[in-house]
Write a protein that binds this ligand. Structure first.
Ligand code: HEM
Length: 402
């Protein structure tokens, strides 16, 4: 696919994987590229690592809130729902909301969860062991992040599967097979209703359970108030929406990357201390999210290209992560790459709140799967999600043998 012929925001462009060659062409020839869109408008696609970081570091000029964080135009109701999420807030409201949450997701708090995460991985893998042949995305990977969130928040086990399903519906709206029959927001609405009731029940029970729900309901936010049940519902949806599909994808794409690079898989198997580096390389090379969007609040310039107030600007992580100015031999998968300043968790104000949790889940998951199964083989062709945002597989047939 040539650079001049690709449509960066057409979900079908990604049917056989990201157009890495076309992105490399654009980085050389037109790194801040105007991409016309089907609706008659357009969006600036920012392809270089340095330019993506510049956009993320200037939230006053490139707003997350003005038009939301996806390139499609949202109707006013969808946009106002999105703006209630941390991901789509601007300063100063963003910092007021984020600051009190940070300690709950910090390195130390998350490190203390390792045994719980390991227990969940072992249980999920024990289920897979009985089957042997699995559809790796749904039978294995999808279960881990929703169960981790379920356990952290103290959600009853019998409800974990529903949460997994709602999460998939709300993040896969461009893929008819995954989105199901409801409208685009029905997964998030049902999940919010569930979480609002869950918070109300928890308050009514008056029990001081030792979990994240108790901590969050007690947390004081910038204006001195704590969350209402409705605020909690919205927060829960944010975490599940942001954390489920992305983490699931890190696991399935990671396994695929390692199995298709057998020398590096052998390396990981013989020396698990390389796992943290392998997780970083999986995140760089198979980043779960292609991009996030901003909107220019004023006329500005990016590496010499003029951008007008009101125009859409997309930070293309998929391209920035393979920028030769930053990564040597950038197209190569290399679990020993060091340093590895990938942008898969974003950068600056909106840097992923769940990054420590995602990294822990990745490291423990791969540690457990390689310890459990000496033989792991692909048994069919993987099928990708149809999306310009989610970069992952929806089906990955795998055989797991002891
Ligand atoms: C491999 C897994 C993950 C990836 C690739 C990922 C990616 C990202 C990215 C790129 C952003 C920045 C958005 C921006 O700049 O606009 C972000 C923000 C965020 N992520 Fe993650 N994420 C992952 C896992 C998680 C998990 C497990 C959670 C929580 C349980 C989470 C919660 C959030 C939240 C709340 C934000 C918004 C932060 C803010 O705007 O201040 N993420 N994530």
């Amino acid at each position: 696919m040539g650079a001049t012929t690709i449509d960066i925001f057409d979900p079908d462009t990604y049917a056989d994987g990201p157009p890495h060659e076309a992105f490399a062409d654009l980085r050389r020839t037109d790194p801040v590229h105007w991409q016309p869109m089907a609706d008659g408008g357009g969006c600036w696609a920012v392809l270089k690592h340095g330019d993506v970081a510049h956009v993320a570091k200037h939230p006053g000029v490139f707003s997350a809130s003005l038009g939301g964080v996806v390139v499609e135009d949202l109707d006013p109701e969808q946009l106002s729902m999105m703006r209630m999420m941390l991901l789509a807030m601007d300063p100063p409201a963003h910092a007021d909301y984020r600051r009190p949450l940070v300690p709950h997701f910090g390195r130390q708090a998350i490190a203390a969860l390792e045994d719980q995460v390991r227990g969940i991985c072992r249980e999920v893998l024990a289920g897979a062991r009985e089957k042997g042949d699995v559809e790796f995305v749904h039978d294995v990977c999808a279960k881990v992040p929703s169960q981790v969130i379920g356990e952290l928040f103290g959600i009853p086990r019998e409800d974990w599967e529903r949460i997994q399903r709602w999460a998939e519906m709300s993040t896969s709206t461009q893929d008819a097979e995954l989105a199901g029959e409801g409208d685009a927001s029905s997964g998030s609405v049902e999940m919010a209703m569930y979480a609002i009731q869950f918070a109300a029940d928890r308050r009514a029970a008056g029990a001081d359970v030792d979990d994240l729900t108790t901590l969050i309901l007690k947390t004081e936010f910038g204006d001195g108030g704590s969350m209402t049940d409705v605020d909690f519902g919205s927060f829960f949806v944010q975490l599940v929406t942001a954390g489920n599909d992305t983490t699931k994808t890190m696991m399935s794409s990671g396994l695929h990357a390692l199995v298709t690079h057998p020398d590096q898989l052998a390396d990981v198997r013989s020396d698990p201390s390389v796992l943290p580096g392998a997780v970083e390389e999986i995140l760089r090379w198979a980043n779960p999210l292609h991009y996030f969007r901003r909107t220019a609040t004023q006329d500005t310039e990016l590496s010499g290209t003029k951008i007008e107030a009101g125009q859409k600007v997309a930070m293309l992580y998929t391209s920035a992560n393979r920028d030769d100015d930053v990564f040597a031999d950038a197209q190569r998968f290399d679990i020993r790459r060091e340093p590895n300043p990938h942008l898969s968790f974003g950068i600056a104000e909106h840097f992923c709140l769940g990054a420590h949790l995602a990294r822990l889940e990745g490291r423990v998951f791969f540690d457990e799967i390689f310890a459990t199964f000496p033989t792991i083989e692909l048994t069919g062709d993987p099928v990708r999600v149809r999306s310009n945002l989610n970069n992952g597989f929806k089906r990955l047939p795998v055989s797991l043998a002891r």
